[in-house]
Design a protein around this ligand. Structure first.
Ligand code: DC
Length: 232
């Protein structure tokens, strides 16, 4: 009997930082043999380029004017995701404090969002088996027709504790300071005019506060498998 044709499945995973989005998205993609796209890394790469080229990140007109210049390329293997800007591997510097502090301002500029959203749609359309795309506005704006939409949440305390554990050994791992910075960034990301962080009306919300990572992964895999079965 001939194999069933592969119907690509697009999975959108949105939510604030520290909810386990990246770990969950990568693990689900690897397990289900899908591609993986970290859209936060794309906004960080754009921000890194602005800083490296002396653009004032607090001047939206200057950021908008430069937003077409950097060539941002994302590798979508969930086991080894990559990101380059103008051919340079920026996976380490985009996680630094300088970029983290500036990324909300840069990602609020409509021209930046339009450019990066276009990249996201092209990458998703080209994924042969489908892709897990994580971000803030994937289910609402970037890929509103995604087959599965998940919105991850967690209490501010749980999110700050997870972020501090991630940062440990790299930068200051103070939980209180991390929590304050997280809340500031979420407020900026949720409050901006153009495609803010928001739950799509048809997204499934998963509160990860009291769940382990394997439990969250299992929950998302189940939702994707159910959707695939219904799609046949
Ligand atoms: O997920 P992250 O912390 O690496 O994302 C970095 C920033 O990028 C985040 O503060 C908001 C922005 N972002 C966005 O505006 N839209 C997305 N789809 C993903 C990230």
């Amino acid at each position: 009997m001939a194999d069933l044709p592969v119907i690509p499945v697009i999975v959108a995973i949105d939510g604030p930082s520290g909810t386990g989005k990246s770990s969950t998205s990568k693990a689900v993609a690897a397990r289900m043999e899908l591609g993986y796209l970290d859209t936060g890394a794309q906004y960080r790469a754009m921000t890194w380029w602005m800083l490296a080229n002396g653009i004032d990140v607090n001047d939206p007109a200057a950021v908008a004017a430069a937003s077409g210049k950097p060539v941002i390329v994302s590798g979508t293997d969930p086991k080894a995701p990559t990101i380059t800007v103008d051919g340079q591997d920026v996976s380490a510097p985009i996680r630094g404090q300088e970029v983290t502090s500036a990324v909300s301002a840069v990602s609020a500029v409509p021209e930046v969002r339009a450019r990066i959203t276009e990249l996201q749609r092209a990458i998703a359309a080209a994924a042969p088996a489908g892709i897990v795309v994580e971000g803030r506005d994937i289910g609402t704006t970037a890929l509103p027709d995604a087959d599965v939409k998940i919105f991850l949440t967690a209490s501010a305390e749980a999110r700050a504790a997870r972020r501090s554990a991630e940062l440990k050994g790299r930068e200051a791992a103070d939980v209180a300071a991390t929590k304050a910075a997280l809340i500031r960034r979420d407020a900026a990301d949720s409050g901006r005019k153009t495609s803010p962080l928001a739950k799509a009306g048809d997204a499934t919300e998963v509160d990860t506060t009291d769940l382990s990572l394997p439990q969250v992964i299992e929950c998302v895999v189940t939702l994707v498998e159910e959707r695939k079965r219904r799609g046949r």
